[in-house]
Design a protein around this ligand. Structure first.
Ligand code: IMP
Ligand code: MG
Length: 172
């Protein structure tokens, strides 16, 4: 049986998300903010985050798929769901579940920049630093975790565990 080692409690996550939303509400006050959630993993984080925002915001989603297995990201990323909202001259905030190597986000930032937004920044639930392979700048992170195969709060392993309200390190 796989072991689930607690990493972030439900209470820690709630506090971190509320805190981050407060900061975003200040930083993006009087801006035309568009959140771009990255499916599937970010749906739980994004759903909680927007309910704490005190500013107007539009929401859209993209879906990324990477070739090869998740644990050995080949860096070959493709988009399987396009953006639908017009982001030209808008302030875009990418909402991710977790930044690992950074390769998916490097691809996504390039994709979004082609639509000529005013700004593109990155907001992630978890900044997982150990395996970073790019110099991508994470503008906002609710939590920083060094390593692990993290599951729960939207994060999956083979599509399981997304529904867990806390984050665990899965020991297979
Ligand atoms: P990156 O391109 O290596 O930064 O990978 C980012 C994507 O890989 C994330 O959006 C997740 O979908 C997935 N991922 C990376 N690390 C984990 C993890 O620990 N648990 C679950 N998914 C992960
Ligand atoms: Mg993701």
């Amino acid at each position: 049986m796989p072991d689930l080692i607690p990493v972030l409690s439900k209470e820690e996550i709630e506090a971190a998300v509320a805190n981050l939303a407060k900061k975003l509400s200040v930083d993006y006050e009087n801006h035309e903010l568009v959140l771009v959630g990255v499916l599937k993993g970010a749906f739980v984080f994004l759903a909680d985050l927007i309910r704490h925002l005190t500013i107007d915001v539009k929401v859209d989603f993209v879906r990324l798929a990477s070739y090869g297995t998740k644990r050995s990201s080949s860096g070959e990323v493709r988009l399987t769901k396009e953006l639908e909202i017009d982001i030209q001259n808008k302030d875009v905030l990418i909402v991710e579940d977790i930044v690992d190597t950074g390769l998916s986000l490097t691809f996504l930032v390039d994709y979004l920049n082609a639509f000529k937004p005013r700004t593109v920044r990155i907001c992630t639930m978890i900044d997982k630093r150990e395996r970073r392979e790019t110099d991508i700048h994470v503008d906002y992170a609710a939590c920083v975790v060094e390593q692990g195969l993290l599951v729960g709060y939207g994060l999956d392993h083979a599509e399981i565990y997304r529904n867990l309200p806390a984050v665990y390190d899965l020991k297979l």
